[in-house]
Design a protein around this ligand. Structure first.
Ligand SMILES: CC(C)(COP(=O)(O)OP(=O)(O)OC[C@H]1O[C@@H](n2cnc3c(N)ncnc32)[C@H](O)[C@@H]1OP(=O)(O)O)[C@@H](O)C(=O)NCCC(=O)NCCS
Length: 199
């Protein structure tokens, strides 16, 4: 069952897209616990993940890269097909100041004909208040800075330990670590231990 639903009826113009097609596009956003997805939803999601990340073999047989995110945000078209996705892990990190819980953003993707309409920004704009309401002080992701800057993400330069430390650097699409402050907490200096693989 969806926990929250936002309905979008207004067209979202994009100069790069045929205006007639653009006007016809609409979507709604909702969040789900990962374990509640049924077989058909799993297939739709894996299809979107496969076409969005063709170099990641894992999506041929499962809907996550290393560990499944506990929560997922979706945009679906009026027929209920998934057109965008953001995974959210609730992660407790080891830092020089002690443990720190963050919302780990992963497997971000938007179906190609829906890109450039601000859907990712909308999805993140829905995730952030949800994390804030749970007193989670930061969102953390590994991504390309130009994509996330306008959603308030800042690049961090802490040394990052993970159980797949080297593998991250072999991936040509490997993103930069970025945080989104969700409270007045100060991001800690020093090494950050992901206590597991990157996401
Ligand atoms: C990256 C992706 C999720 C963007 O989704 P989207 O809905 O088109 O993004 P939005 O329209 O909300 O744009 C968000 C910001 O990203 C920027 N952006 C989007 N695609 C970009 C690209 N290919 N290169 C650089 N910046 C990009 C937008 O200009 C916008 O920034 P702005 O607010 O400063 O103008 C989508 O292109 C995608 O699924 N790509 C394939 C999978 C992928 O690369 N995922 C991200 C892994 S880090």
């Amino acid at each position: 069952m969806s926990l929250r639903t936002l309905l979008h009826l207004a067209p979202h113009p994009n100069p790069a897209v045929d205006p007639a097609k653009s006007a016809a596009l609409s979507w709604r956003i909702f969040d789900r616990e990962d374990h509640s997805l049924n077989g058909e939803e799993d297939q739709h999601l894996r299809h979107l993940l496969r076409v969005s990340f063709p170099f990641e073999k894992a999506f041929s047989f499962r809907r996550y890269l290393k560990n499944p995110p506990e929560y997922r945000w979706f945009a679906v078209d009026p027929e209920g097909h998934i057109v965008a996705h953001v995974g959210v892990h609730i992660k407790t990190l080891g830092t020089a100041l002690g443990e720190l819980t963050v919302g780990g953003i992963s497997e971000v993707c938007v179906k190609s004909d829906y890109r450039g309409r601000g859907i990712l920004k909308e999805l993140l704009g829905s995730v952030h208040p949800w994390l804030r309401a749970r007193q989670i002080p930061f969102a953390l992701l590994f991504g390309q800075p130009p994509i996330y800057r306008s959603s308030g993400y800042l690049q961090i330069y802490n040394p990052i330990q993970s159980t797949n430390g080297l593998a991250r650097h072999w991936n040509p699409f490997c993103g930069k670590p970025m945080i989104k402050p969700l409270s007045d907490h100060t991001w800690p200096a020093g090494a950050i231990d992901l206590r597991g693989p990157s996401f």
